[in-house]
Ligand binder design. Sequence first.
Ligand SMILES: C[S@@+](CC[C@H](N)C(=O)[O-])C[C@H]1O[C@@H](n2cnc3c(N)ncnc32)[C@H](O)[C@@H]1O
Length: 424
Amino acid sequence: MFEPFEAKQQLSLFDGLSETDHGQSHDLLSGRSLENTPAPNSDDYGSTGSMRETLTLDAQWWHGSFNARESTLQQLSPYVGKMKSGMVRALMTSFSEADDIILDPFSGSGAVSLEAALLGRTAWANDLSPYAYVLTRGKLEAPASEEMALRSACNLMATVEQISPSVDLSRVPLWVREFFHPQTLREILAAFRTLHQQEGYFLMACILGILHHVRPGFLSYPASHLVPYRRKAKYPPDIFPEMYAYRDLRSRLLAKIRRAYRRPMIPGRWNHRQYQVWQVNAMDLPIEDEAVDGIISSPPYFGALDYARDNRLRLWFLGCEDWKKLDASLTASRKVYLSQMSVCLREMYRVLKRNGYCILVLGDVSQNGKTWHTAEILSKLASEVTQNRLVTDHIYDDCIPDERRSRRRTRTTIFERILVMHKK
Ligand SMILES: C[S@@+](CC[C@H](N)C(=O)[O-])C[C@H]1O[C@@H](n2cnc3c(N)ncnc32)[C@H](O)[C@@H]1O
C-alpha cells in the first residue's frame, strides 16, 4: 500500500519541475529527440513479433499520414486526441509480444486496443466516456468480414423501417432536432434503441461515424464533423435545399460499412481474439494486481481537450444528456489533474506485471503563456507515488505537424512525448 499523495507535494512538483515560459526551449530530463534517427528497418515495423531487446524507437516509422496504410476499421468515427495508428503499431511491436495482455486505461477511439487485437495481443480497454466505450468496443467487435457486417446492418434496417414511423420526437431536445430532418432522426433513434437492446456496438460505432458532417453520405444537415456545429450560414436552406432533405439511414450505413472494410487488415485468427472493455474511472480499475503485460495509453493532459463537449451530439444518442457533468468527471482540469493522475499512475503500477512496460503518449500544453511538460510531470509523479518502482527509461519527443492537431493554432500541443517506464 502507498501513502496518500499529499497536496503540498503535488504543488511543488507542478510548480518547480515543469513550467517554462512559453516559447522557451527546454531540456528533457532523460529525453532524446526522434527527429534524426536512422531510416527504419522495414522488417521491424508491422511485424507481430517484438523488439523488446533493442528498445529503440524511430519516428520515421510513423512519419506521414496513415490514412491510406492503416486498417480502415480505425476510421469508424472521429475522436479528438486520437493517437496515430502508425505510432501505436510501432510501440506495440517494440514493447510487447504476441498474446501479451495490453491495457489502455484511457482508450478514447480504441486505436490502441484495435491495433493490439489486429497484432494478436489481448486487448483490455477502459474509458469513462460512453462514446469512447462504444467506439472501442465497436472496433473490437467488428465482424470478420464485410458480408457479415452488411448482413447485420440489413437485419437492423428491417427493424428500423418497421418501427421508425412511430418514434415520438416530442421529447427530443431542440438542439438535437435542429441537426436532422425529422424522418432521418426517427430512423437514427429507432436504430439506437434496437442496437442498445442487442448490444450491437459495431453498428452503433458506424452510425456515430456518419452522424454529422457536410457531406451527402452523412445523416445531419450541413454540420462540422469532429465537433457538432451547424453550418447554416455557409449553406443556407434557401440556396441549398437538397442539403436539408430527408437522408435515409439504410444507404448511408451500408456505404459506411463498405468504407470500413476497404482495408480491414483483419488477421486469420480474428474469431479467437481476446478483449475486455470497461467504462469506469481509471482511478479504480476492475483488474487484479499484476495482471497485464504492458500498458500503452494516451492519458488526458491538463484540460487541453473537452472530450464530452466535443462529442455532445454522439453522446446524446448514447443516453448521456448532460455532457457538462461528464466533462467534470473526467481527469482534465488543472485543479484535479495531479491528484487524480497520481491515483491513476498507482493503479497502472498495481495492475502491471513486474518488468512490464508502461508507455504513455503525452502532449505539452500551453496555457496563459506557460508550457506544461506533461510527460516530465507524470514521470516524476509515477516515481514518487510508487516509491521509485515505476521508473522512467526514456522520454522521447516527437513534433506534431499542424494538420494532425484537432484544433489548429490553439493552446494545445505542439510536442508529443513518449514516456517509457517499466515496473521494477
Ligand atoms: C487523449 S484521450 C485518449 C485517446 C486515445 N488514446 C485514442 O487514440 O483515441 C484521453 C481519454 O481519457 C478519457 N478519460 C479522462 N479521464 C478519465 C478517467 N478519470 N477515467 C477514465 N477515462 C478518462 C477521456 O474520455 C478520453 O477518451
